[in-house]
Design a protein around this ligand. Structure first.
Ligand SMILES: Cc1cc2nc3c(=O)[nH]c(=O)nc-3n(C[C@H](O)[C@H](O)[C@H](O)COP(=O)(O)OP(=O)(O)OC[C@H]3O[C@@H](n4cnc5c(N)ncnc54)[C@H](O)[C@@H]3O)c2cc1C
Length: 322
């Protein structure tokens, strides 16, 4: 079976969930080969094996560890040039797209970005994208070179393999170019965290809009998010009003999320907001206006005042959990 290279991103606790989703997708296409930077520690290797990695290509990056994306692109391109590789999968995001674009140029290959699904096709992977603010679905194939595909987080649930075995670790030495050392990270500082999952990684996103009514009332949104272990999002109207920080804005000029569950409270569903959440698997909307456009894309809608609906939702979730 052909190898599908997956660029692994790390998280403070091990492997970023989005990378485990990529391994899950890669299993549909061939044999997943994880490309790992920063040392192949036992726990990380075991986790990659649980999600189907047959091989871990451990890149010796000691002399470029503090450099930006070029070393990753050069290592990935070197591995991709070997016989038996059928595709390269990278997580969509600023860094992932930067790496993937460089790999595609180095290989002379076609690239498809922001995939929401990838399936085996007759002559290579078939890639699905949600385009034009989520109004259309495009299905495409790379017709030149090795397909390089970036996949949005949460496109598929990360599924472990039954009876997985520990992958073989293959050290990879790369002759990095001078360009790879051209930019270096000079300091890192940890982000203040709320303890909630990252918006882009979260399987559940609960978002509030102008209908929430005030910054204080965003506690209602947070309480549903916490009950479901989700992240908090907001419409631009809410962030422009300073009711919630701008980094939580979802939409055309904010973040694009595609969680398994998106709950929109007091959000009208303007096209610019939909552009950032229409790829969500299940959309639930709470809005007091039955004609609100969000209901046109909602799988489940509640017409009502969110100040009364959301507390009931939180307590029902708590009741079922207990
Ligand atoms: C170039 C451009 C880029 C943009 N980018 C973005 C973007 O990235 N993200 C984004 O979100 N917007 C973006 N916008 C703005 C967008 O057009 C909308 O103005 C915005 O999404 C509206 O936010 P909202 O739905 O929270 O507010 P509104 O449109 O004011 O809707 C509020 C909703 O809350 C409901 N409501 C009110 N009270 C309650 C209650 N008590 N209970 C339940 N429901 C209630 C109302 O019925 C209404 O449907 C952009 C606009 C432009 C022009």
């Amino acid at each position: 079976m052909s190898e599908i290279l997956v660029l692994i991103e790390r998280s403070p606790s091990g492997v970023r969930k989005a990378s485990l989703e990529l391994l899950t997708l890669a299993r549909r296409l061939g044999t997943p080969g994880a490309v790992l930077f920063g040392g192949a520690d036992e726990g990380v290797v075991a986790e990659l094996g649980r999600y189907g990695a047959a091989t871990v290509h451990a890149v010796d990056d000691a002399d470029v560890a503090d450099c930006l994306v070029v070393p990753k692109a050069e290592a990935l391109a070197q591995l991709a040039r070997r016989d038996g590789v059928a595709a390269v999968l990278v997580t969509s995001g600023p860094e992932g797209k930067d790496v993937a674009g460089r790999v595609a140029v180095a290989l002379g290959s076609g690239i498809v970005t922001d995939a929401v699904d990838v399936a085996p096709g007759e002559s290579g992977p078939t890639v699905t994208q949600s385009v034009v603010s989520g109004q259309w679905v495009a299905v495409s194939e790379v017709v030149r070179g090795l397909p390089v595909i970036t996949v949005r987080p949460n496109a598929v649930p990360a599924e472990p393999v039954d009876g997985a075995s520990t992958p073989a670790v293959e050290p990879v030495t790369v002759a990095f170019s001078d360009l790879a050392r051209a930019a270096r990270i000079v300091s890192r500082s940890p982000k203040q965290t709320s303890g909630r999952p990252e918006l882009l990684d979260a399987a559940v996103v609960v978002a509030g809009g102008r209908g929430v009514g005030s910054a204080q009332a965003f506690a209602l949104i947070e309480s549903v998010a916490d009950a479901l272990g989700g992240a908090v999002g907001a419409s631009r109207a809410a962030t422009d009003l300073d009711w919630y920080p701008h980094q939580h804005q979802i939409g055309q000029t904010g973040k694009t999320v595609a969680p398994q569950l998106y709950i929109a409270g007091g959000i009208s569903g303007a096209i610019q907001h939909r552009a950032g959440m229409q790829g969500s698997k299940t959309i639930v909307a709470v809005n007091k206006d039955p004609k609100a456009p969000i209901f046109a894309i909602a799988d489940f809608g509640v017409v009502g005042d969110l100040h009364s609906v959301l507390p009931q939702l939180s307590s029902e979730i708590a009741r079922r959990k207990s």
